[in-house]
Design a protein around this ligand. Structure first.
Ligand code: A2P
Length: 282
């Protein structure tokens, strides 16, 4: 028996249980700025790929009252809805109220997870189309990590193009590995419709470190380079749908570009051609 083993009839005081607690099962550090982790999934949690939930930790005790309040932020669920666990992909902000603490979690630790999924990056918010574009910067890849593992994505579209713009090459690794995993994993291949791997077109770019494709995706769209590279027609409202997740300036720039191609923004209540969500920033 170890010190941690619960003893029958032990005094009830011990450590107070977190509200909506889930247990961390795995943590991976990708760069000094990025990490991902997995945790248990509440039995009652149903969500649509692309949605987010509020997660966090208990904050520091109030110096006056000694009371602790939960410190919560919106995080896109990166795992698909069929996965028995949940996965999240996060930035580490050195002085960020939550991520400065969250980056130190280890398997066995508890986090708070409010089981109320919401969000606009869902298939229901888009009209039927032939090709879907996922535009991400940085940790904005997270909702697409979910959608790329959702069979519906391949049932609904003939072609899935995922663009990911990061400052440095190392920041692409989480996404690159995920796509490799989808392409190579027999189980995933079985879960998702036949021949799905060929439907994925992956277009990573970096802006501050040398890589095979340099530049902001927005500039590569304006110049037409991305369409030439992929051998596809420029975006048009008849065949193309898009989901966007990145920093605020990126979202606004892509929005303007998509509207310029004639696409209209959709919502759960009024499906149209594209949808946008802001990536989490601490
Ligand atoms: P850049 O290095 O030119 O700023 P961040 O880490 O700041 O969120 O940025 C992630 C990636 O998104 C970076 O490669 C950054 O390029 C790019 N980015 C930032 N703002 C925009 C924007 N308005 N349009 C396109 N790409 C952007």
């Amino acid at each position: 028996m170890t010190d941690q083993t619960p003893v029958k009839d032990a005094p009830a005081k011990a450590v107070p249980a977190l509200p909506d607690a889930q247990t961390v099962t795995e943590v991976k550090h990708w760069t000094d700025r990025l990490f991902s982790f997995r945790c248990t999934r509440p039995a009652s949690l149903r969500f649509r790929s692309g949605e987010f939930v509020m997660i966090g930790l208990m904050g520091d005790p109030d110096p006056k009252t000694g009371k602790q309040k939960p410190l919560l932020r919106a995080y896109s669920i990166a795992s698909p809805s069929w996965d028995e666990e949940l996965e999240f992909y996060s930035i580490k902000v050195p002085d960020g109220p939550l991520t400065s603490k969250l980056q130190h979690i280890k398997p066995g630790d508890q986090i708070i997870l409010r089981p109320k999924p919401v969000g606009t990056l869902v298939h229901d918010a888009l009209l039927p189309g032939k090709r879907i574009w996922f535009f991400a910067t940085g940790t904005g890849f997270a909702p697409f990590a979910s959608l790329l593992r959702d069979p519906q994505t391949y049932e609904d579209y003939d072609e899935v193009i995922i663009t990911h713009t990061c400052r440095e090459v190392g920041e692409l690794e989480y996404g690159r590995r995920l796509i490799e995993e989808i392409r190579n994993d027999e189980l995933l291949a079985e879960l998702i419709s036949e021949g799905f791997a060929d439907k994925i077109r992956y277009y990573p770019t970096t802006t501050r470190e040398e890589s095979p494709k340099m530049g902001r995706i927005t500039d590569l769209m304006r110049s037409g380079e991305v369409f030439r590279d992929l051998g596809v027609e420029p975006i048009n409202p008849e065949s193309d749908r898009a989901m966007v997740c990145g920093n605020l300036a990126f979202n606004l720039d892509i929005k303007e570009l998509l509207e310029g191609y004639g696409l209209e923004e959709g919502a759960n209540s009024k499906p149209a051609h594209y949808v946008v969500e802001k990536a989490f920033l601490d």
